[in-house]
Design a protein around this ligand. Structure first.
Ligand SMILES: [Zn+2]
Length: 319
């Protein structure tokens, strides 16, 4: 009989979960489409499926961990505000406790992700860690002095909405010029479309099929083929990323910053510039350089982090 935690990662597109051992091995995985108007119903269905599998496989489930998109009240395990997903029952923890005897812990998905990298991945053993997921937007989670930074309303560690240019483009959050408008995959795609409207014969438009279809991945592919316009866009995004990371270093003094998400696939033209520029900025301040590393857990970081939170909760460890 193997002791397992049931870890779930709840996103706008899919809800995925797994049975996870204390050393971070995924034993059994399950993924379904998140019901757009009923995310809690989806969570319950995935939890029930995995619990039944655990019993059938003769494993011993000790706790549930849920990493969910939105602002979460960690103490009650309920959703306070969720801009991209409708939870039919905001009280996720209570809904699961009504069905299972095992302890339940619910946290924000980015918090789960950074806890996962710290428990099993790139940030193992570190007590001051920043994680940025560079996708359509920028998600982030921080561990400060060994504890997750949650803030007074569960809305802390929203690093993507740090304003880096007050005259910059509109952000869905309500402000202008947030970091995620400059250093995410979404930002890289937007710059690619802008460039292609000026010069429709660009490689990026050729790869995408049309200027308005350019996304971050097309800019990255054009750059890999040596296209100068695409390379310039990635370098610009890299410099903005470094600007944001330098602010992070000044506030939190992390040992390691972990980068994840689709935009990291753009590789050196983007990340090399960010690394060099961050090193230049920290050196100018005579600061110790923070290690910049890639996620080791990839798409599994949310599941593994939620499971790690569940184990910590079940055995009374801190998070
Ligand atoms: Zn914003």
């Amino acid at each position: 009989m193997t002791t397992v935690a049931i870890g779930l990662d709840v996103g706008g597109t899919s809800t995925k979960g797994a049975l996870v051992t204390p050393d971070g091995t995924l034993l059994e995985r399950h993924e379904v489409r998140t019901e757009p108007q009923a995310a809690t119903k989806t969570i319950i269905a995935v939890a029930e499926h995995l619990f039944a599998r655990a019993i059938r496989l003769d494993h011993s489930p000790v706790a549930f961990g849920i990493g969910a998109a939105g602002f979460l009240d960690f103490s009650s395990g309920s959703v306070i505000f969720s801009p991209n997903l409708v939870y039919d029952d905001p009280d996720i923890a209570a809904a699961l406790r009504g069905r299972f005897a095992e302890p339940v812990v619910v946290d924000n998905d980015a918090n789960a992700a950074v806890w996962g990298e710290r428990s099993f991945g790139a940030a193992r053993g570190h007590n001051n860690v920043g994680l940025l997921t560079l996708g359509t937007g920028i998600g982030s989670g921080f561990i400060v002095d060994g504890r997750l930074l949650r803030g007074s309303t569960g809305a802390g560690a929203e690093f993507g909405h740090l304003v880096v240019d007050p005259a910059g483009p509109d952000c869905p959050c309500g402000l202008k010029g947030c970091l995620e408008r400059f250093a995410s995959g979404g930002a890289i795609g937007a710059w690619g479309r802008e460039e292609a409207l000026r010069r429709p014969d660009t490689k990026m438009a050729e790869l995408a099929g049309a200027p308005e279809l350019i996304r971050g991945e097309h800019v990255a592919r054009a750059a890999a083929l040596g296209d100068e316009a695409a390379l310039a866009i990635l370098r610009r995004a890299g410099r903005y990323l470094a600007l944001g990371l330098s602010n992070l270093v000044n506030v939190f003094d992390p040992e390691i910053i972990v980068l994840a998400g689709s935009a990291t696939e753009a590789g050196e033209p983007f990340l090399g510039v960010a690394r060099d520029e961050l090193a230049r900025m920290t050196t100018a301040q005579r600061r110790r350089p923070a290690r910049l590393d890639m996620s080791r857990l990839g798409d599994d970081m949310g599941i593994l982090g939620a499971a790690a939170l569940a184990f910590d909760h079940a055995i009374g460890g801190g998070s």
